[in-house]
Design a protein around this ligand. Structure first.
Ligand SMILES: Cc1cc2nc3c(=O)[nH]c(=O)nc-3n(C[C@H](O)[C@H](O)[C@H](O)COP(=O)(O)OP(=O)(O)OC[C@H]3O[C@@H](n4cnc5c(N)ncnc54)[C@H](O)[C@@H]3O)c2cc1C
Length: 257
């Protein structure tokens, strides 16, 4: 294994060839696991889509000294986003917020707790935010139109490079891809057959997940111009993964008749 190197770059994407690197030139199979901004995807198809801002950014960190906020993973939906918090074994609280914003922040490093305080004004989120001691830089979430060319008989895309599902299932899909690709390569008679079968099986599955992810994103973007479709519910999954969904959507005032 060789780590810390970039085997595919924009020059490959320009020429449409992956053979600039000797490691790749001698390979039977090239797996493009290079994420949503994949250069390998561009090599396979220079006209492949570009990622676009998804209308959501994320902010996460650690809080200390927060008393009794419950156990398990807690997810709270508010009018313009969702807030997740869970107690860590060391007594801290790990938290993350996903904020719906039509335009990305001008400077992601300038986004801070002030934005979140206005969006999530109720306990227990306010307690977590008061105790926040570490805040990471905001991350923009992106979507990608379906890539039409995901393999060519020797090179294959996996994970976000092929089908970014987004927050919630993207890592799971990337891991499933790895297992399915290994299975296809060890059971098919040759590499082109394996890659075609892998792509057929995974495209169906991830296509369904992309639709679920879009609905998931919409649940976090119920802004003032969209009537709330749900007034509240609670879902408790069996331990050890217990998820508490609490909807904090409020009815909008009706416009004058
Ligand atoms: C805020 C946020 C929250 C998320 N929450 C969840 C969640 O709760 N559950 C979930 O399942 N998913 C979640 N996801 C999605 C998940 O992070 C991704 O779907 C997952 O990381 C995709 O894995 P990947 O290996 O395909 O790509 P990546 O994790 O993006 O890895 C690609 C790697 O390739 C490297 N690379 C890129 N170009 C080159 C090159 N030319 N040469 C060599 N290396 C290169 C990159 O440096 C990177 O290390 C979340 C995403 C975000 C942004």
């Amino acid at each position: 294994m060789r780590t810390g190197t970039s085997s595919v770059d924009t020059a490959d994407a320009r020429t449409g060839h992956l053979n600039g690197d000797p490691l790749i030139a001698g390979a039977d199979v090239v797996v493009g696991a290079d994420g949503i901004w994949s250069a390998t995807r561009k090599v396979l198809d220079p006209a492949s889509p570009e990622p676009a801002y998804a209308g959501i950014y994320a902010l996460s960190g650690v809080a200390r000294g927060v008393a009794a906020i419950g156990s398990g993973i807690n997810m709270i939906f508010a009018r313009r986003g969702a807030f997740i918090h869970l107690p860590a074994p060391d007594g801290t609280v790990w938290w993350a917020a996903q904020v719906a914003a039509a335009e990305p922040p001008a400077d992601v490093r300038a986004v801070g707790l002030g934005e979140l305080a206005g969006l999530f004004p109720e306990e227990p989120v306010t307690a977590v935010l008061r105790g926040a001691t570490e805040v990471g830089a905001a991350t923009l979430l992106h979507v990608l139109r379906p890539a039409e060319r995901r393999q060519d008989g020797r090179t294959v895309l996996v994970g976000d490079a092929a089908h970014p599902v987004g927050a919630g299932q993207g890592a799971s899909m990337a891991i499933e891809d790895a297992v399915a690709l290994a299975h296809a390569l060890t059971t098919a008679g040759d590499v082109p057959t394996a890659l075609a079968e892998f792509d057929r099986v995974r495209h169906d599955r991830t296509g369904r997940l992309v639709k679920v992810a879009a609905a998931n994103r919409d649940a976090k973007t119920a802004g003032p111009d969209r009537p709330p479709t749900r007034t509240g519910h609670a879902v408790l999954l069996r331990p050890p993964l217990r998820t508490h969904h609490r909807l904090a959507l409020r009815p909008h005032p009706r416009p004058p008749a």
